[in-house]
Design a protein around this ligand. Structure first.
Ligand code: HEM
Length: 410
């Protein structure tokens, strides 16, 4: 049997190639079939099969804070503010610190707090749609996919809506460091943004210590377990991480989701007309084209020699996990390249798995489950302007650069 990847040679894979970044799926297939444990000179070991990635995410021999030449290189080149974030951020620490911090954060970031946001997200999307009502065309990213998630996190932290542009700019500068292969040239700008962001978070913490409210920052300050609480640095890093992790990702989910549904009109009609179809449709969007194609930028490192397939991975070797490839693995899914909102037992890896599984998954899902059907219902004739999508040229983040649509109005 021939497949679309017969002409791709996995040994020629170039993760910086723009053609790969535009459409990674054929290369994922080639990697899974020909070289599932792939040694790359800049990236380390790259895993592409669901089973291997799932296992590493749950294997306690792999950590994020384990020493490695890559981390040493980062430490040598990174400004102090970036190191503070790296050493205290939930996403970059290992047990026992991770266990303590995650336990404390989970007390504050609980389902009740997320559910409280529901009416606010509904009001926000309805307000945006009222404003767009008479327009003939608009860009989904600018008008909807960016504003809603940033509003979600600023509401959660109770920071002024007028700071959203600032927070957005800091996020862009800091997350540039997560791109692969890492470009050390982005570190100085990331450092400036991290300095400013940490000062901003510090002021917020001082203010909430004096005047606690019903917001997530006050709850993080108050969280305590067995006499332990978050250190000042952990608190600041957590505030920054929530803002960083909480909006770019969900903006991708909302915009990619609308693009996929508008490209599959029957599925769009079902989401428009049948509320019960919505949760599974969102899970299929997450599987099919999830916002994060690679687990956190730094990857995982084994703290002892580990063998995967025939490859012995020594401590200090970075292991990169292609979540987007795992979610297209035919060993896990029938006909994985078919977008099917009726697919059952999806169990995708778009939110990761194991110790670091996404803390904000419930919020990302809630926003997408409210916003995507609301947009489709308001505009029954919504249609794509471009036949071909334009993706941001990133290995790590799957996000459309722009998503112009016509409304059939105006
Ligand atoms: C659709 C939206 C989202 C996606 C696809 C997503 C994806 C992920 C993934 C894949 C990880 C694990 C990374 C790894 O193991 O290396 C993660 C972790 C995390 N996410 Fe999300 N995320 C989303 C939304 C959010 C939101 C809305 C927030 C907060 C408001 C958030 C906060 C976090 C935090 C704090 C972690 C670190 C957890 C830990 O290390 O224990 N995420 N996310």
């Amino acid at each position: 049997m021939t497949s679309a990847t017969d002409d791709l040679d996995a040994s020629q894979w170039d993760p910086t190639d723009l053609a790969f970044r535009h459409d990674p799926i054929p290369w994922y297939r080639a990697l899974r079939e020909q070289s599932p444990v792939y040694g790359h000179p800049d990236l380390g070991i790259v895993l592409s099969r669901y089973e291997d990635i799932d296992r590493v995410l749950r294997d306690t021999r792999f950590g994020l804070a384990t020493p490695s030449p890559w981390r040493e290189m980062f430490a040598a080149g990174a400004p102090a503010s970036m190191l503070l974030l790296g050493e205290n951020s939930l996403l970059f620490i290992d047990p026992p610190q991770h266990t303590r911090v995650r336990g404390l954060v989970a007390q504050a970031f609980n389902p009740r707090r997320i559910e409280q946001l529901r009416p606010r997200i509904e009001a926000a999307i309805n307000g945006i749609l009222d404003r767009l009502e008479a327009q003939a065309t608009f860009d989904v990213l600018t008008e909807i996919a960016w504003p809603i998630p940033i509003m979600g996190v600023t509401d959660l932290l109770d920071v002024p809506a007028t700071d959203q542009a600032l927070l957005h700019a800091w996020t862009d500068a800091i997350t540039a460091v997560d791109e692969l292969p890492i470009d050390l040239a982005v570190l100085p700008a990331a450092g400036v943004a991290a300095d400013e962001f940490l000062a901003y978070a510090g002021d917020l913490v001082d203010e909430r210590r004096k005047n606690p409210g019903d917001d997530l920052i006050s709850a993080l300050i108050a969280a305590e377990e067995d006499g332990e609480s978050l250190t000042h640095e952990e608190l600041l890093a957590m505030i920054v991480l929530i803002l960083l992790a909480g909006h770019d990702t969900t903006a991708s989910l909302i915009s990619t989701g609308l693009w996929l549904l508008l490209s599959h009109p029957e599925a769009a009609d079902e989401v428009r007309n049948n509320p019960e179809s919505v949760p599974n449709a969102i899970e299929e969007i997450l599987r099919y084209l999830g916002p994060l194609q690679v687990a956190s930028g730094g990857g995982r490192w084994p703290n002892e020699p580990v063998t995967i397939g025939d490859t012995l991975i020594e401590p200090g070797t970075p292991v990169r996990l292609l979540l987007g490839s795992a979610n297209r693995d035919p060993e896990q899914y029938d006909d994985p390249d078919r977008f099917d909102i009726h697919r059952t037992a999806i169990r995708h890896l778009a939110f990761g798995r194991g110790l670091h599984v996404c803390l904000g998954a419930a919020l990302g899902r809630l926003e997408a489950q409210i916003v995507i059907p609301a947009v489709l219902k308001r505009f029954p004739d919504l249609a794509l302007v471009d036949a071909e999508p334009t993706w941001r040229p990133s290995l790590v983040v799957r996000q459309l650069a722009t998503l112009p649509v016509t409304t059939g109005r105006g």
